[in-house]
Ligand binder design. Structure first.
Ligand code: PGA
Length: 257
């Protein structure tokens, strides 16, 4: 089966252009072509304004690290003041966009319906979505985590065929573990990631489910990464805080080697 792990840094609203160039260069300086290229797909999900500068650094140094957006609008162009379209990030060279991060769902009115529209817009342009799903503490405590998260997966991929689903990655991020220092146990995370994979098998097919990368996100750091990656259904991480320093992000990359 051999799924290539993915380490995706989610910078959130951090790093001005000059800071982004420094951080990208620090990561690029530690790039080891043969070891990294064969073992892990690395993605920097930066603010929109940092995408082109980060991409320029990576291209100049011939470093195989992808850049990705953190959100996108579903229409290709038009009177949508303040929005950024898929063709815009595609021309920069983005491979993916994060879609449906819990902060966007909680703070910016993202819904399962808008997540689905955005995923469709990305795959139509041959880009991938890193689709975020995850439960609140209240959902975890009333025992409906699996039901809640798998419903989010179904909604995100509604109307897509198996080939389109195969372009995507799912990140399981329990909201209670994001930025809190509180990580899901490897077993808790693996249980939900397995349920996500089973849902993909139902809505697409077995082969798509088997090949799909399911990431864990939520306070992943150099201290807990090994135990999480050791789980059968966890194929990498979506990293917030620990992706903002080259040293810790490179340690997470190296955990995949
Ligand atoms: P964290 O964020 O690693 O800081 O918990 C993860 C995320 O929100 O993607």
């Amino acid at each position: 089966m051999a799924r290539m792990p993915m380490m995706a840094g989610n910078w959130k609203m951090n790093n001005t252009i000059s800071e982004a160039v420094v951080l990208t260069q620090e990561i690029a300086n530690q790039y080891e072509k043969k070891e990294w290229d064969e073992a892990v797909e690395i993605v920097l999900c930066t603010p929109f304004v940092d995408l082109k500068p980060a991409k320029t650094v990576l291209d100049f140094d011939k470093v195989k690290i992808e850049v990705a957006a953190q959100n996108v609008y579903w229409e290709p162009s038009g009177a949508y003041t303040g929005e950024i379209s898929v063709p815009m990030i595609k021309e920069i060279g983005c491979a993916y966009s994060i879609i449906g991060h819990s902060e966007r769902r909680e703070l910016f009115g993202e819904t399962d319906e808008t997540v689905n529209k955005k995923v469709k817009a990305l795959v139509a342009e041959d880009l991938g979505a890193i689709v975020c799903v995850g439960e609140s503490l209240a959902v975890r405590e009333d025992g409906s985590t699996i039901e809640f998260v798998t419903a989010q997966v179904r909604a995100a991929f509604a109307g897509l065929d198996a080939d389109e689903v195969a372009q995507c990655v799912v990140a399981y991020e329990p909201i209670w573990a994001i930025g809190t220092g509180r990580t899901a146990t490897p077993e808790q995370a693996d249980e939900v990631c397995a349920a996500i994979r089973a849902t993909v098998a139902e809505i697409a097919d077995e082969a798509t489910a088997e090949d799909m990368r399911v990431l864990y996100g939520g306070s992943m750091n150099p201290g807990n990464v090994d135990a999480l990656l050791a789980m059968e259904n966890i194929d990498g991480g979506l990293i917030g805080g620990a992706s903002l320093k080259a040293e810790s992000f490179v340690q997470l990359i190296k955990a995949c080697l």
